[in-house]
Write a protein that binds this ligand. Sequence first.
Ligand SMILES: CCCCCCC/C=C/C(=O)SCCNC(=O)CCNC(=O)[C@H](O)C(C)(C)COP(=O)(O)OP(=O)(O)OC[C@H]1O[C@@H](n2cnc3c(N)ncnc32)[C@H](O)[C@@H]1OP(=O)(O)O
Ligand SMILES: NC(=O)C1=CN([C@@H]2O[C@H](COP(=O)(O)OP(=O)(O)OC[C@H]3O[C@@H](n4cnc5c(N)ncnc54)[C@H](OP(=O)(O)O)[C@@H]3O)[C@@H](O)[C@H]2O)C=CC1
Length: 291
Amino acid sequence: MAEQESGAREPAEFGLDDAALAAHPTVYAADAFAGRTVLVSGGAGGIGRAAAWLLGRLGARVVLAGRNAEKLEGARTAMAAHGLYVRTAVVDIREPESVAALFARVAAEAGGIDMLINSAGGQFPQAAIDFSAKGWNTVINTNLNGTWHMMQAAARAWRDAGRAGSIVNIVVVTTHGLHGVAHTIAARAGVIGLSQALAVEWAPLDIRINCIAPGVIETPGWRVYDPKAVAAYPRSNPMMRNGSTWEVAEACAYLGGPAGGFVTGEVLHVAGGSQLWGETWTIEKPDYFRV
Ligand SMILES: CCCCCCC/C=C/C(=O)SCCNC(=O)CCNC(=O)[C@H](O)C(C)(C)COP(=O)(O)OP(=O)(O)OC[C@H]1O[C@@H](n2cnc3c(N)ncnc32)[C@H](O)[C@@H]1OP(=O)(O)O
Ligand SMILES: NC(=O)C1=CN([C@@H]2O[C@H](COP(=O)(O)OP(=O)(O)OC[C@H]3O[C@@H](n4cnc5c(N)ncnc54)[C@H](OP(=O)(O)O)[C@@H]3O)[C@@H](O)[C@H]2O)C=CC1
């Protein structure tokens, strides 16, 4: 992490890079995901990339999906150089046809999947009163509708193949302390409710569905936030630090893999306790709230 003259951090370097992800120690056995195929949306981003590295290192075949082919290829190259099985696929999760094409391709080229990690998502910081209709719709479409399209396509593929599956949805902390991103709170609360409903409805299909609510996790996605807001992130939780993508990746491995076999409909906060204490202002904190 580079320090600028002001002390603010250099956004381009937020998070763990490929070299760190290749070497980071893990609590899991080396073959914990052998024989499994995992699709990671947002797989070239911060959290998705760490999950892909971890599961690939644990023996999974990994498919990385996202909109940007160049980013995907960069991630694939780094992981393949480490001997991991990685494929990539371009998708816009907001478009049902694009998602259908992704799953058709994954079926043809990788023989289907066992686990889906929905890490594609994002938002922009803005006071809700200023949201444009397009901005609101973009965030809802990406995070709620996009995640739904991916979940439904995965479930249909598993049902048709008579195959068990598990889904891990990356959301945000919706119940405490995250301000300036009301559109994403709405979308992610929708994903949590949807996941709980489907955990019951799709249990007969042997499909488990869980969510992870990360707190402040250093990733390239932080580029859209004001450096002053980012500088305050470590004080947003009782542990007084930022989290790492690896900490979220290991939670994905737990919830989505065999260790979480009797867990469904759950929301796991990997947030340093920020669901209980602290506040994260992604926009400037209004004077009203200052002591
Ligand atoms: C409890 C502790 C929790 C702590 C959390 C800390 C904060 C959370 C951090 C993260 O989640 S970072 C990781 C996620 N990554 C991102 O958020 C990256 C940036 N976001 C995206 O790329 C989003 O997917 C996006 C904002 C939905 C952009 O999608 P897309 O590229 O398709 O849209 P655009 O064409 O850029 O914009 C469409 C539309 O949206 C409005 N808009 C976009 N940006 C802004 C902005 N900065 N301010 C106001 N409005 C914005 C706008 O209407 C855009 O349309 P046009 O005006 O461009 O026509
Ligand atoms: N980092 C943090 O502090 C926190 C993150 N989260 C959530 O975790 C998830 C992952 O975040 P993080 O890794 O930090 O963010 P990044 O921005 O690094 O990664 C998000 C990825 O999502 C992909 N993506 C966005 N929109 C679409 C789309 N329409 N179709 C396909 N792919 C898309 C992007 O890929 P591409 O550029 O190729 O389109 C990008 O690589 C997000 O949902 C985020 O909001 C939640 C709480 C905190």
